[in-house]
Each structure stands twice: as C-alpha cells, then as structure tokens.
Write a protein that binds this ligand. Structure first.
Ligand code: 26Q
Length: 825
C-alpha cells in the first residue's frame, strides 16, 4: 500500500459521559434486571460492555454497508486460532471512549479497572500464531481494510493452568459460562458441511467424468460474529467463528436398521467438533478430530465467502480471485485448497485448469515453523475416510505437479519424492506444507531470518520452481493493546513528548530518542517503570504469596514452554547464580526477580518437568536466608493475554533465548522491548531485527548463530565436553540429581540433566551456557548505572516503530494481498 496510514483523526463519537452513564444504567435495568444498588462487578462489566457494543454495532452496520456498496476486494484470514484476550479495554480505547467511560463509571461509584477484571480471556489459541491473528485483525480494521477473520468457536479455549505441589494441572477453560457480551449469533448464515462417505464416478452426456461425493454425515456450522473495532472507531470488521451442531438431517438408514440410539450419538459427535482447542502437542498429532476441525471451519468459511460473492456476481466465477484473497495462517486451514477445487469442479463444473487458476490466485500461505516435527502431516488412510473426494483431488493436484517437476528436473526421483504432497512409507502421509506451497500464489515466513531459512532449507526446490513465490513479512504487534491499553502511564508520558497519534504511527516514538539523555525524562520514564513494578509485585503477592521487591531487576520469560525456547537455560543460570552466592556470600549482583509464565502441552513430559523444576528451585531459593533476597524466582500460573498485559509493562529484562534458527519470529520480544525492557537474546527470529533497530549497544546478544549451530552439528556436538570442562555446568546439573530442591525425592529433576547429557542436548543449552552467563553479567553491570539503563530502556521504546502490526499488514497488502482501504461513513 502506497498511502501511509492516514491521519485517522480520533473521531470522538458524538457521545459524552452522561450518555454513557445513562446507557450503562439502562442496561443494568433493562438487559440485566438489576439496579445500581444491587449490581455486582460482573453486572457492571456486562452493562458497560453492552453500552460499548451499541457504538460498535452502529459502526459495524456502516462498515458492512460501505463494503457492500463498493463491492470491495477483501482478505479472509483463515486461522484455527484467535487469541483475543479481553475485549472491553481494547474496544473502549479503539472507540475513543475509554476516558469517558471511566468518568461515567466513577460518577456511578464504580472503578473501570476493577470491572475489567471480570472479563474472562477469550483464549482461543495456543500462543504466538493465535495472538498474531488477533493483532492482525486489529490492524486490518484500523487501516480501514475490508477483512474477515474466520475460525472456530471453541467451547473451551486453551486449558487453565493450575500449579499443585509445583506441577502443572490442566483444567477446562470456560470463557462463555456466563455469556459473552461481544458475540452475535447469526443463525441466518448457518452452513452445512459433509464428512465421511464415498465417491461415485459418473459419466456425463459428453462422456465427461463426473464425481459425486455421497457423504456419511452432515454437520451444521453456526456462525458467531465478534466485532473487531479499528482504532479511531470507524471501520468495524468481523471475526466469524463457527460452532458445530448436529444437522436436522435425521439419518433414516441408521434408524431403520434399529440404531435409534446410534443416530443420536451422531448428534453428540457433531457437537464435539468445536468443543475444545487442541494444545500444540506433538504427542497428540494426527488426531482425527483435529482434521475434522480444520475441514469444518475451512469449508464453512469458504461457503460463506462464496455465498457473499454470488450475491454480487452470480455464477460468473471470473471475478472470484480479484474479489477474494484467503490467507492461510499456517497449514491448519490448508484443506481449504482442495475444498475450493471440489466446489469449482464438482459443483460449478469448471474445467480443471480454470479451477486451478482461480484457486491458486486466491490462496496465500504463512509458514510459522521450520521444526520438522511441527510440519503437519495426515495419514492418507484417515484423509480418505473423512474426506474421500478431497484425497482424490489432492492426488490430481500432485499428479499434475509431478509433471511440472519432471519437466524441470527430468528423471530426478529424489526431488520428486521430496516435493510430492504424498510422503511414501509404510504409512502414506499427506504433507500439508507442500500442498500449501503448491496451492498458493505467495508463501511468507514471519521474520527475515526465518524467511531466508524457509527458502534455503525448508522449500529450496519450490523457490527454484517459482522464484517470486517465497517472501517475507516480519511479524508485528498492535501498539493499541500492547502499549496504550496495557501501559497507560507510559502512554501518557509518550503522548506528552511526541503527540498522541503514535498508536497509529508508531515510528513517531523515534522522537523519544531526543530525550534519552535528558535526566528529567529518564526519571519520569523509570518512575513509571517502578510504578508498574509495584503493581505487578501486588499481583504476584495475590497470585502466589511471594513477596518481591520492586527495586530488584524484573527479569521476565513469558512464552509457551518448549525445549527450543530454553526456559531450562534460564533455570540453569539461576541455579548457577544461587551457587555463586552460596560459595561467595559477597558475590556482587543486583537483586533480581526471575519471573516465568508458561504453559506446557499436556503430553509434553520434559516441558512439564521443566515447570516442576522451576517451581522447586523457586521454593528452595526464595526461602533460603543466605540468599538475602538477591534472587527471587516466581512462576506465575495460567499465563495468558491478560496476565501478559500486567507483566510486560513491569519488565526490565526480556528473555529471548531460543536456539538460533528455531524461533520463527517471536512477538513477545517486540512487546517487551516496546515497553522499555532490554532484551537478553540470541540472534534468532525477530531478535535480529530488533537488534538492528535498537542498536547493538542497547541489547544483550549472546550465543551461537544459525551458522555456528549448523557448523557445530556438522562437526558433531558433544554436550559432555561442556559438562566436564565447565565446573559450574557440572555443578548445577549434578545438583539436579540430588534431593536438594525436592526434599526426600532425589532424582525428581533428573530428566532435565538426562535430556542434556544422554539425550544429546538437541537445543545446545550447554554450548550456549557460558555466553549466556556473560550476557547476564553485562546486563547486571548495565543496570548498576541507573542513567545508562534508563537511556537504553528509552531507546528500546523509541526504536520499536517497525514492529507495529500496521506495518506487517501494509507489507501483506503490498507483497501479497493488493488490497485497498474502504472509507466508512
Ligand atoms: C498442530 C497440530 C495439532 C495440534 C496443534 C497444532 C499446532 C497449534 C498451534 C501447532 C502449532 C501452533 C502454533 C504455533 C505458533 O504459535 N508458532 C509461532 O508463531 C508466531 C507467530 O508467527 C511466531 O512468532 C513464533 O516464532 C512461532 O513459534
């Protein structure tokens, strides 16, 4: 997009505090059947949401009218996950109603920040990929781009984590138990989709082969719309989430065979489809229900898009690809590719080539991982059972593609094997990554290094076949949620210095650099950090009973638990510091609080062991008087978007310590740096671009590079070398085998040592340990110089402009989508 984000004057809605006040009271009375005296916080929250929703729905109506009248091209963001978090604060900020609502409630004797706590997180995602989708739809609406988010209306989002005796327990998440005030049910747009059954081959009049799929089951998809409010409150797009229901079609065959109860059972199964979000758990891979989920929401969404297209264009398919672009968020919705082909060929009766041209001009695919074990594959047998016609189409796509490969590399069977959608082996598998690349017109990675590795290592032959297909769009985050809403004090200070349009034009933060050396500004900046730390300390006390000192360094590692993210590297370093303090009570270091937030996939044993180890080490250190509070370790349970919003503004240090080449991008790294935390990180994912922006002097980079990791692997990596050569490494690893941290249970933490020694340390924790320890010493030294630290923190905030998700979306518009904004009003 050439036009920069337009100066989207905060169109203060023509409402004032008194109207809001009246509306809240009206909703207490008329929607909730209570009154100002009886209402509890939950009722106040609901009434306030309903009030905001009045403004939201008015803009939604205008937006939809405007998109319809202009017959605009739109992007359809297909994602199995949208990690929306709470909506009230964000919607009020984006509508420009936050202050007015705050005042209105104050006059009613109610505190807005208190009632915000009533809102459950909408946790319909695992982590980065799901939150990215949420940031992107915020930016799309903010940039007035016609867009629809499509996903699943899970009854239960990501599990709620409890910690019992140091261990993770999973509990069901119930985000809609008392009703969700933002979502709108749309029974008028129900879709029906088919599953199972068989394919009949028929011969048409002209001798043309026709395929007819006779499904075994039909399931209904009921859409729920969540309005997505752009900043400035003009465009309101929708996030449409599908709930599965049993279709009214009674299965008479089953009934007549005497299986009345079985026929009912089918109803239960239909409703299971959207019951629960799968945690990203490799041990759970290949589950039938997960493939059904993917097909269910992809097929419902495609039908919805086609219904809307036909309303304007009838049976003329020639304009489809110029009106519709579909972005596949990873391979999770890739089955949409054969589904569109099926509709075009079996239903619209187009010729293959025409259908393929339309289809491959419609889809684009974002890759989020290089880890081979995370690339989606489905057993061919399972595919055939659930989607028999789609498997046939996939074979046809593959057959035609193999001819192309033969032309390019005649006689080269190794390349054919590698590029084939079908993986041969004792069990044939359908490779969703290959299908996605072959079926899309663009493929992007999510950070420069990641996209380079996608080209070089993951899909090099595809890059040779289609040199313009693979591209990069570096991830971003919405500054509305991740600075303005979550860090109001810093936001106010920033607005005083650079003006108040930085949430729309994040590069305006650059101006803060002029004040980086200004000691008065440094004091103000760090005073806000301190206040945020005080607030977090209160939260930590309430959640864990652990007392932490806001004067200590707050060192934060918050992300899903995975070996490649190396929470255990952080832990081993904490143990090493503890050891140094015990051996030398005058060991010099600034007091530091290590804060963790992480969920482990329920079946990921070592990840759960690492959580347990963090909690056991915390227990021992926090209660050891000899430490004199120089180290505190806190594991905050149930890390989620709303907890991130409290931790990020209070962080001094951001831990971004993945093995180089493993973290595709990271987005937490951007959020923390934007809020003035300094990164201790490897040259991985977007850390590299963050370092480029903030400058090497304002970040603590350490460890092996991608090339060095590769070289060490080639040479042969032997973790025992580090164990025997570095007495500190040996000390802490051996410590894990004692009962020092698990009284009475020696060996309870041994699995971590074993994974690093006998297990071969696949993520090179030991190889990076010393460099990490040195980086931490450098960070500690820097913190001792208060002015220097303040300057570095300010420069981090000042130089994060690149990482607004508005920029990411503009890159998608330029490099992938070719979209135009559509004015509303
Ligand atoms: C797969 C199969 C079965 C069940 C679940 C899954 C599954 C679910 C979610 C697999 C992966 C995910 C999520 C992946 C993810 O969050 N990736 C992250 O995406 C971010 C946004 O691009 C990046 O910043 C991170 O680097 C990347 O790890």
């Amino acid at each position: 997009m050439n036009s920069k984000v337009k100066a989207n004057e905060l169109s203060a809605p023509t409402s004032d505090k008194n109207m809001i006040k009246d509306a809240i009271v009206r909703h207490l009375h008329c929607s909730l059947g209570t009154d100002e005296n009886k209402a509890n916080n939950h009722a106040w929250w609901k009434a306030t949401c309903a009030t905001a929703q009045e403004y939201v729905l008015e803009q939604l109506r205008k937006t939809q009218k405007s998109h319809y009248l202009n017959d605009t091209r739109a992007v359809h963001y297909f994602s199995a996950e949208f990690l929306m978090g709470r909506l009230m604060s964000n919607n009020l900020h984006n509508l420009g109603l936050f202050e007015k609502t705050d005042l209105a409630l104050k006059e009613l004797g109610v505190n807005l920040t208190d009632i915000m706590e009533e809102e459950p997180d909408m946790a319909l995602g695992n982590g980065g990929l799901g939150r990215l989708a949420a940031c992107f739809i915020d930016s799309l609406a903010t940039l007035d781009l016609p867009a629809v988010g499509y996903g699943l209306h899970y009854e239960h989002g990501l599990f709620r984590q409890e910690i019992k005796n140091g261990k993770q327990i999973e509990r069901p998440d119930s985000w809609r138990d008392y009703g969700n005030p933002w979502e709108i049910c749309r029974p008028e747009s129900i879709q029906e989709i088919s599953l199972y059954g068989y394919v009949e081959t028929k011969y048409g009049e002209s001798g043309k082969i026709q395929k007819e799929w006779h499904p075994g089951v039909i399931v209904k998809g009921l859409p729920w719309d969540i309005p997505v409010v752009g900043y400035g409150g003009k465009t309101v797009n929708v996030l449409r989430l599908w709930q599965s229901q049993a279709s009214g079609h009674f299965n008479w065959d089953v009934f007549n065979a005497g299986g009345y109860v079985d026929a009912q059972k089918e109803n239960v199964q239909a409703e299971t489809i959207s019951k629960v979000l799968y945690p990203n758990d490799e041990t759970e891979a290949g589950k039938e229900l997960r493939l059904i989920q993917q097909y269910f929401f992809s097929a419902c969404s495609l039908k919805d898009i086609i219904r809307r297209y036909k309303r304007a264009h009838g049976d003329d398919w020639s304009q489809f690809a110029s009106q519709v672009v579909i972005q596949l968020n990873d391979t999770h919705p890739a089955v949409a590719i054969p589904e569109l082909m099926r509709i075009l060929i079996d239903r619209a009766e187009l010729e293959w080539d025409e259908a393929w041209e339309i289809s491959t001009s419609t889809f684009a695919y974002t890759n989020h991982t290089l880890l081979p074990e995370a690339l989606e594959k489905w057993p061919e047998r399972m595919f055939k059972k659930i989607l028999p016609r789609h498997l046939e189409i996939i074979y046809e796509i593959n057959h035609r593609f193999m001819e192309k490969v033969e032309q390019k590399w005649p006689g080269d069977d190794a390349i054919k094997q590698k590029l084939s959608i079908i993986e041969e082996g004792h069990e044939k598998m359908v490779r969703m990554g290959n299908l996605s690349v072959i079926g899309s017109f663009k493929v992007n990675g999510v950070a420069e290094i990641h996209s380079a590795l996608v080209k070089k290592n993951l899909f090099p032959e595809f890059d040779q076949l289609w040199p313009d297909k693979l591209t990069n769009v570096t991830n971003g985050i919405t500054p509305r949620r991740w600075l303005k809403a979550c860090n109001p004090k810093l936001s106010e200070l920033i607005s005083k210095k650079v003006g108040d349009d930085w949430p729309l034009h994040l590069s305006k933060l650059e101006k803060l650099a002029e004040f980086a050396d200004d000691s008065a500004f440094q004091k103000e900046f760090m005073a806000i950090k301190y206040e945020n730390k005080v607030a977090l300390a209160q939260e930590v006390m309430a959640l864990t009973g652990i007392e932490i000192d806001p004067n200590a360094i707050f060192d934060v590692q918050i992300k899903r638990l995975h070996e490649y993210k190396r929470q255990h590297l952080n832990l081993l370093h904490i143990m090493a510091l503890y050891r140094r303090l015990l051996e030398n009570p005058s060991y010099e270091m600034n007091p530091r609080v290590f804060l963790f937030g992480a969920k482990a996939a329920p079946g990921y044993r070592l990840a759960k062991d690492i959580i347990y180890a963090i909690n056991q080490v915390a227990e021992r250190i926090n209660n050891d008087k000899r430490v004199k509070d120089k180290i505190k370790v806190v594991f905050l349970p149930n890390y989620r978007v709303s907890l991130a919003e409290k931790m990020i503004p209070a962080a001094d240090i951001s831990e971004q310590i993945s093995t180089a080449g493993k973290e595709a991008s990271g987005t937490g790294n951007m959020k923390l740096s934007l809020n003035g935390a300094l990164t201790v990180g490897t040259l991985d994912g977007a850390n590299i671009e963050i370092a480029e922006e903030v400058g090497d002097e304002n970040i603590f980079i350490f460890g092996l590079t991608v090339d060095e990791v590769h070289a060490l692997n080639t040479k042969g990596y032997n973790p025992s070398d580090y164990y025997y050569k570095n007495s500190e490494i040996k000390g802490v690893l051996d410590w894990l085998e004692t009962d020092y941290f698990t009284p009475g249970k020696p060996g309870a933490l041994a699995s971590i040592k074993h994974s690093l020694i006998e297990g071969g340390d696949p993520y090179m924790v030991l190889a990076d340990f010393e460099a990490y320890s040195d980086a931490q010493i450098a960070a500690d030294k820097a913190y001792s110089d208060k002015d220097k630290w303040a300057k570095m923190a300010i420069l981090n905030t000042a130089r994060m402009g690149k990482f607004t998700s508005d920029r990411s979306i503009e890159d998608y518009v330029d490099r992938v989508w070719s979209l135009k904004p559509c004015d509303v009003d």
